[in-house]
Design a protein around this ligand. Structure first.
Ligand code: ADP
Length: 316
């Protein structure tokens, strides 16, 4: 439904998006995850025809984002980070105004407004002035506006930023619900949000895609390099030598405390070295009081790339 190939965007000397490629299939909810400054908004603005790319290709529902912007805009509903709304207008009035801009006649507008009011849970607020609504409610009005022309694809830029926890929960429920009938691409700098909502995640940092796949697949790739933590009582050097010599062990760090050696052991991909370590400690008479896997979480992965991005932007 969305296809991006070798997309690059430069703002003068700043390389905001660097040769990215990805696909979003129909019916998916895809999270575009990255720290601030990663290039998310830039990509979204290109996909929604708000700005040109420097090079590359992008299509939505088969239409070219650069040469068929009218058709592309018909396929997408776009919710920018802060939806431009008119505080003095009532919600219904605003949606009529927006519907007119879409060229809908009165009957078509009434039908479209009834549909989006229902889909975006706006019923009781429909006659309220927008200025009196909470930020969360205003986001929903923005979403209703984006859906007036009944697009297949929804593109949402940080749809929960600035909302309070209750509003965030509501907004997440709404996105999940809308995902049953729309293809959704949304950006976020919050991992937990993306993990909760998405069938697929694309991780972007410093304008490059670092990883993509289901949250489960990303978690597996992150935990492939998991470490083992063990605590044993015995002579440090002997322990280090013995454990290092076990087939599959790549690296051993030792930290001695109160007569106990705390070992942090790195094994090769997919290698389970717990049994030989246990057998070694039993054979040498080293008491073992703990051995566990330290599984890296997606959170660890994301913290790492965010730190790397910060370090890089510090260098620029
Ligand atoms: P994100 O949405 O992930 O926070 P952006 O796409 O807004 O990231 O920004 C990516 C990079 O491009 C950043 O380094 C940002 O400073 C830069 N950038 C974004 N918009 C402009 C602009 N209009 N002019 C110059 N640089 C920009």
């Amino acid at each position: 439904m969305i296809s991006v190939k070798n997309l690059t965007k430069r703002y003068g000397p700043v390389l905001a998006v660097s040769d990215i490629s990805f696909e979003v299939q129909a019916g998916q909810i895809v999270g575009f995850l990255g720290p601030n400054g990663a290039g998310k908004s830039t990509t979204i603005r290109i996909l929604t025809c708000y700005q040109p790319a420097t090079s590359g290709q992008a299509t939505i529902a088969g239409y070219d984002v650069f040469t068929q912007s009218v058709q592309v805009r018909r396929q997408i509903g776009y919710l920018p980070e802060s939806a431009p709304l008119y505080p003095e207008m009532r919600v219904r009035e605003y949606l009529h105004f927006r519907g007119k801009l879409h060229g809908l006649d009165r009957a078509a507008r009434d039908a479209a407004i009834a549909r989006v009011t229902d889909r975006c849970w706006l019923g009781e607020f429909i006659n309220r002035p927008i200025g009196q609504l909470s930020k969360g409610m205003r986001q929903r009005v923005g979403l209703a506006d984006a859906m007036l022309h009944n697009p297949k694809v929804l593109i949402l830029d940080e749809p929960t930023i600035g909302l309070d926890p209750t509003q965030i929960q509501e907004q997440r429920k709404l996105i999940t619900e809308l995902g049953k009938s729309h293809t959704i691409l949304f950006s976020s700098h919050t991992l937990s949000e993306v993990e909760r909502l998405c069938s697929h995640v694309i991780v972007i940092a410093s304008g490059r895609i670092l990883a993509s796949g289901t949250p489960e697949k990303l978690r597996q790739s992150v935990s492939a390099g998991s470490r083992l933590i063990a605590e044993m009582k015995g002579p440090a050097e002997e322990i280090r030598r013995g454990v290092s010599a076990i087939a599959g062990v790549k690296k051993v760090d030792l930290d001695g405390r109160d007569g106990w050696q705390r070992l942090s052991i790195e094994a090769g991909d997919g290698q389970d070295v717990r049994e030989p370590i246990f057998a070694l400690s039993a054979a040498r008479g080293w008491t073992m009081r703990e051995m566990r896997r330290e599984v890296a979480s997606l959170e660890d992965f994301f913290v790492k790339i965010t730190a790397e991005q910060r370090a890089q932007s510090g260098k620029r």
